[in-house]
Design a protein around this ligand. Structure first.
Ligand SMILES: Nc1ncnc2c1ncn2[C@@H]1O[C@H](COP(=O)(O)OP(=O)(O)O)[C@@H](O)[C@H]1O
Ligand SMILES: [Mg+2]
Length: 206
């Protein structure tokens, strides 16, 4: 091989090496992946607690949770209530309604879908979505309630997931045994997050 051939061979080899190096350079996908990882690492450290729990040993404890939450209410407050039949959604609503100063009997609104009550300071809208499709619910103009003057509590909210407001306190009830229930509270946005943090600081939530 003469010098010229050697030089051109070297150019080819170094050209390949360059290509290989280029191939190994991080792509934008790599950057995205690494920033997702960084975000995850950061979130693990800084993300606020996402779910809080409340243990109810008997119905009086469930009433107490209603009173604790009723202390925070403001117009446009939305609570969702999910859990199996008999978990205690309506029972919780009754204690909560009482804590809002409602003296009328609060029953399950399964057949009426929405019942309106006048509380001491705010109206209370009690909903039950068990018997309604999301399409039917869409016709009810629920936003007028969610963003209205009162407080909304929705039983079986998971059935109208797409219609729920972004900010809300999601409550799910786990039926443990005869008397005991575990309430899981997941705040979506503020002020719900601060309410939960405060209740935890006061020793009511875990
Ligand atoms: N710790 C508790 N909290 C709430 N309800 C309880 C508790 N212990 C027993 N119960 C009973 O469980 C039943 C819950 O029924 P209900 O509230 O109608 O359920 P849902 O509305 O979730 O279908 C009621 O009969 C209530 O008396
Ligand atoms: Mg019910």
């Amino acid at each position: 091989m003469d010098v010229k051939e050697q030089q051109s061979l070297l150019r080819v080899i170094s050209g390949r090496a360059f290509c290989i190096r280029e191939l190994m350079l991080p792509t934008s996908e790599d950057y995205n992946r690494s920033s997702t990882r960084k975000r995850k690492e950061r979130d693990e450290i800084y993300l606020p607690q996402s779910t809080f729990t409340y243990n109810s040993r008997h119905e009086e404890d469930t009433d107490k949770l209603g009173r604790l939450l009723a202390a925070y209410l403001q117009p446009g407050t939305v609570f969702t209530l999910d859990g199996d039949l008999g978990a205690g959604k309506t029972r919780f609503s009754q204690g909560f309604a009482r804590a809002m100063g409602i003296t009328e009997t609060v029953n399950s609104p399964t057949f009426t879908i929405i019942k309106e009550y006048e509380g001491a300071e705010l109206p209370f809208y009690h909903m039950d979505m068990y018997r309604i499709s999301q399409e039917e619910a869409d016709e009810l103009g629920l936003d007028d309630y969610f963003y209205g003057a009162g407080v909304t509590l929705i039983e079986w909210s998971s059935l109208i997931e797409d219609l729920l407001p972004q900010d809300r306190l999601a409550i799910t009830i786990d039926h443990q045994d005869d008397q005991t229930r575990v309430f899981h509270l997941t705040p979506h946005g503020d002020p719900y997050q601060s309410w939960c943090v405060q209740m935890k600081e006061n020793g009511h939530l875990q």
